[in-house]
Design a protein around this ligand. Sequence first.
Ligand code: SF4
Length: 372
Amino acid sequence: MTFTEHESIESAAQKPILEAIGLSKHFGIEAGLFQRRKPPVQAVNEVSLSVRRGETLALVGESGSGKSTLGRLLLNLLNPTSGDVIYEGRNLANLSPEKLRQVRRELQIIFQDPFASLNPRMTVDSIVGEPIWLHSDASRSDRQARVAELLRTVGLAPEHAGRHPHEFSGGQRQRIGIARALASEPRLILGDEPVSALDVSVQAQVVNLLEDLKHRFGLTLVIVAHGLAVIRHMSDRVAVMYLGEIVELSPVNELFESPLHPYTQALMAAVPVSHPDLRHPRPLLGGDMPSPRRPPSGCRFHTRCPHARPLCKEVKPPFVAVDAERQVACHYWREIANAGAGTLVVPTPSAAYTQRLNLFKSHQALSLESQP
Ligand code: SF4
């Protein structure tokens, strides 16, 4: 699909804040004088994608699908092998170092492991205050006041400013990471698996915090996640990645109601359910992901796809528009969807189970309401 076609799919009213155009990142291209030249690792391959202003876009896929690399390319933390990143209509490759510094301030990241991403020798005051010190000429007292305000914003007490990261729990450390990201007044935040290193009980609190901050500060969020369960309640659209390419792009509700690509369907089958009656009838994804150094010919998913046919091995499926909002890269998506294989077949639960489920939901709602 050409970029012009890609553009026409995007609603004119929802002008993108960030765009990737034919973005590729191949690692290990250079070889030493006496080294045998190995094929490069194709971490991201020819990805075109728009991030709309104010939305939460999730990048989902197994480990090695290229989602984190794509996130870092979007934030200009990695240089692309080819392709462009356009932020607010400006090509990042053409910006001067000074302009790029300003843009980097507006594009922030929250890392997966809050302990590894915070300097253990620095106090919270220095960690959160550093971006303010770097990007503004605020006085020391103004900076301290701003740090206190940011700590309150993420649910921490200003008195914690003098402590070190090891004195906090995992959830609190992630809140410090969020406060630091907010310190430079960003417009877009990339969450690189922001809750996967946290206890399940704390994950919901951090997800709720990100949602709240998004609405309060008009942020755009890009969330990288390896499972669909986490992003269901916090994203507007989902881009599913396999072996460095986007195979399906869809609004989140449509994706969960009727996943079109066989890979999305397999990911969906892996979402944990709360009762055996709701278990998914489809088998989980088998086999390992092929090496990104030697990706399969044609459709990269054909070595694991239960619907693969000879054409899939020969011809790469185009990333076609299913409707104004959805795109998929599969030769047979229509057939698979019409045959019902693309829909989630959930057996009707028993009346007793429904009653227990409703009871559980009401308890859950009560406990969430009582959370600070
Ligand atoms: Fe499966 Fe073929 Fe579709 Fe690829 S193009 S997902 S191999 S059916």
